[in-house]
Design a binder for this molecule. Structure first.
Ligand SMILES: [Ca+2]
Ligand SMILES: [Ca+2]
Length: 336
């Protein structure tokens, strides 16, 4: 019953607006959400928009999902919808977690978790910058990729993925959550080998990797924590430590210069899962510094009770700027 208790623990708590950020700009381009964001070293940000997820609100339930691109080196960056190559089923596109990979020849690959018709698969695209387009290379489906939430690319066609539930059926998924079953896991995928590399999560959500690519970070949203795992040559993961937090942790972004982890969080799970316009889901962004040390430093960089930003799921930084995305609401861009 633990997950139910965990969800209720935060039921009556309300984050106050503690925004110390300069000049916030609310990006209306993605009023269908901006669940995940991945920023390239050159400042190009990919944004996944239009997630339809069982039990979660969508303000645009009939609109197909999209991938937006923002150039954060510009003074007033606009978000541009990336065109997707012909032959890809755009009508059922339902993008969730994303991850980029830059190959040795500088080709940029974009991995996108997709849930067409409530299924789970990973789409692999090649990014063509001159053309603001994505060329669809392949769709990856596997029996172990049952309910994928987020991925982190390890190569041009390999990745780690979190399965946020064991079941993919809507009712069984909710039963699993409310019974507090720890059947959520992490899978390694490559064309040669697919295997479970970590298990026992309540709801494995965001996943990312340290800049030295030695440690994989996994957010367990319902257990309110971030797990640090050591990555081995055969792609297996071993547990190093767990950082306990007091919020439902969604996606994790990494500052490539400092190694800090930026987490988009939901301070109140019940408000997210039972959407009520009179009692909005809040937003919270945490920065975690020195997670491998004895005393990691956790700073609440942004907090809002939902009046400005509802359901923050990701926070990524680039050159002193912060871009916060949400599951189904708008995005926020500001100076730190
Ligand atoms: Ca991601
Ligand atoms: Ca997520």
């Amino acid at each position: 019953m633990r997950a139910g208790v965990v969800l209720k623990r935060r039921f009556f708590s309300m984050g106050n607006t503690l925004c110390h950020l300069k000049t916030p700009v609310y990006l209306r381009f993605a009023e269908a959400g901006s669940e995940d964001i991945d920023i390239l070293p050159n400042g190009l940000a990919f944004i996944s928009s239009g997630l339809k997820y069982p039990g979660l609100k969508s303000f645009a339930p009939d609109k197909p999902g999209e991938i937006f691109l923002m150039d954060l080196t510009e003074d007033n960056p606009r978000a541009v919808e990336l065109r997707i190559s012909r032959g890809f089923d755009l009508a059922s596109f339902n993008p969730h977690g994303i991850s980029t990979y830059i190959d040795r020849d500088d080709t940029v690959y974009l991995f996108v978790v997709n849930h067409p018709h409530q299924k789970s698969m990973v789409e692999l695209f090649k990014f063509v910058e001159d053309d603001n387009s994505l060329v669809h290379l392949k769709t990856i489906q596997h029996d172990l990729l049952t309910s994928v939430n987020d991925i982190v690319a390890m190569g041009p066609d390999s990745f780690y993925a979190t399965n946020d539930h064991y079941f993919s059926d809507f009712l069984l998924m909710f039963l699993e959550m409310f019974l507090g079953l720890t059947w959520s896991n992490v899978v390694y995928y490559s064309p040669k080998e697919v295997k479970e590399v970590a298990s026992g999560f309540y709801l494995a959500n965001g996943i990312n990797i340290s800049p030295d690519r030695k440690y994989v970070y996994i957010a367990d949203a319902l257990d309110h924590n971030v797990h640090v795992m050591e990555k081995h040559a055969n792609w297996s993961l071993t547990h190093v430590k767990t950082l306990q937090l007091d919020t439902l942790v969604d996606n994790l972004s990494i500052d490539p210069h400092t190694g800090d982890i930026w987490a988009g969080c939901h301070p109140n799970g019940m408000k997210l899962f039972y959407y009520d316009p009179e009692n909005l889901p809040a937003s919270e962004v945490l920065r975690i510094q020195h997670i491998l040390s004895e005393q990691p430093v956790v700073t609440r960089v942004y907090s809002d009770n939902g009046s400005v930003l509802q359901g923050s799921s990701v926070a990524s930084i680039y050159d002193g700027k912060l871009l916060i995305g949400t599951v189904f609401h708008r995005a926020l861009y500001c100076d730190l």
